[in-house]
Design a protein around this ligand. Structure first.
Ligand code: MRU
Length: 367
């Protein structure tokens, strides 16, 4: 469905019984929303990058099943209803492996419906509980992001002497990657609205170009002073003294602080360390996976070779010679020793006296 609005930063449009997702593969040239009717539609939209970004895929998955449930004429018991939802959530979880937000959401929703099914024989009660839990994710995410923005702007500005800062970010972590506002890009938005941002730099983020296609679009939309750079320019930009801080998002943060994020994040962290530039990760608590001791355990999604063989991250003309092998990991893991602090909606996780991120303790303390 083509949208009348010339420009939109709303990735997820939902009202009960109706879900449409902004087709991010077509941005910035076209604003087109795809209607999602079922969990299977949601699965494909996530796998094919119509919607992407850790929080946005978790919410879209949950809401795709919500619209299927709202519009179905289910025949069965409450236990059948819970089994159906549990199975569909498991299927949705299989759409992309790296972002923990998706599995965190599916497991939470599975537990809710299983518990409700123990208390009723009416399938409608189970579905109602599912809808309410899925729908609340949209509002919770925007609130979390605004809070991340506040905490992030405060810590980044406090560590630096200058009144206005230039901040580099990678990939797209903004409104398009979330229910609204964004995580790392939310921090940049907060710095800008507080008059503390001189300039944002965004990388192209090859091969899928989330930076040039999406982050640049959001920055222009919000009239934030911003410059797009090639990924390979980042170290030179740091060497030239043009970056005061780096802030990126996360797909999965292990218990020790090791962080999986868009491929290229690790290179930025290495270069930042070399140049003495603070390197922040901004993410909601749903991006933390306390079950993984370190980043070694994180499964890294490998995407189609076509993203490199063809221009525009696989969407355009062939650019590479036929017959060449391709390695295309979508994410990498930045070791925690390269991370200055982790910014969450409940506050900033800094190092303890031993020099480690006590993430589990932080989660328990703020629960
Ligand atoms: O492959 P993508 O576009 O889904 O990757 C997105 C990222 O790596 C983001 O930095 C991360 O999901 C955080 S989004 C708030």
């Amino acid at each position: 469905m083509a949208n009348q609005a010339a420009i939109s930063l709303q990735a997820i449009c939902y009202s009960r019984g109706s879900l449409s997702l902004l087709d991010q593969r077509k941005l910035p040239q076209e604003t087109v929303y795809l209607e999602i009717h079922t969990a299977a539609d949601g699965w494909s939209a996530i796998r094919e990058m119509v919607v992407r970004g850790a929080p946005a895929i978790a919410i879209s998955a949950a809401l795709s099943l919500a619209v299927e449930v709202s519009n179905s004429d289910f025949k069965g018991t409450a236990v059948d209803a819970a089994s159906f939802l549990v199975e569909r959530l498991g299927y949705l979880e299989s759409s992309r492996p790296t972002a923990v937000n998706l599995s965190e959401a599916t497991v939470k929703l599975q537990n809710i419906v299983k518990k409700v099914a123990e208390t009723t024989s009416n399938p409608e009660v189970v579905f109602q509980a599912y809808l309410e839990a899925a729908e609340i994710m949209l509002t919770d995410d925007v609130a979390a992001n605004k809070s991340i923005g506040c905490h992030g702007a405060a810590i980044i500005a406090s560590g630096l002497q200058t009144k206005q800062l230039s901040v580099l970010t990678h990939c797209n972590t903004g409104s398009l990657a979330t229910a609204g506002y964004g995580t790392a890009l939310g921090v940049i938005r907060a710095l800008h609205s507080g008059g503390q941002l001189e300039r944002a730099y965004c990388t192209e983020t090859r091969p899928f170009n989330q930076g040039s296609r999406l982050t640049a679009y959001e920055l222009v939309h919000d009239k934030i002073p911003a410059t797009l750079i090639a990924d390979s320019s980042a170290a030179a930009l740091m060497k030239a003294g043009r970056v005061n801080a780096i802030v990126v998002g996360a797909d999965r943060i292990a218990a020790n602080g090791d962080t999986a994020n868009k491929i290229g994040t690790y290179s930025l962290a290495v270069a930042a360390s070399h140049h003495g530039i603070p390197f922040y990760v901004a993410a909601p608590l749903t991006s933390i996976d306390g079950s993984m001791a370190s980043g070694e355990e994180i499964v890294i999604e490998e995407r189609s070779p076509n993203e490199l063989l063809f221009s525009h991250g696989g969407l355009g003309e062939r650019v590479a010679a036929s017959g060449i092998d391709v390695w295309n990991p979508a994410f990498d893991v930045t070791p925690s020793n390269l991370i200055t602090a982790i910014i969450t909606e409940k506050g900033v996780i800094t190092r303890n006296v031993e020099g480690f991120f006590a993430i589990t303790e932080f989660m328990e303390r703020t629960a």
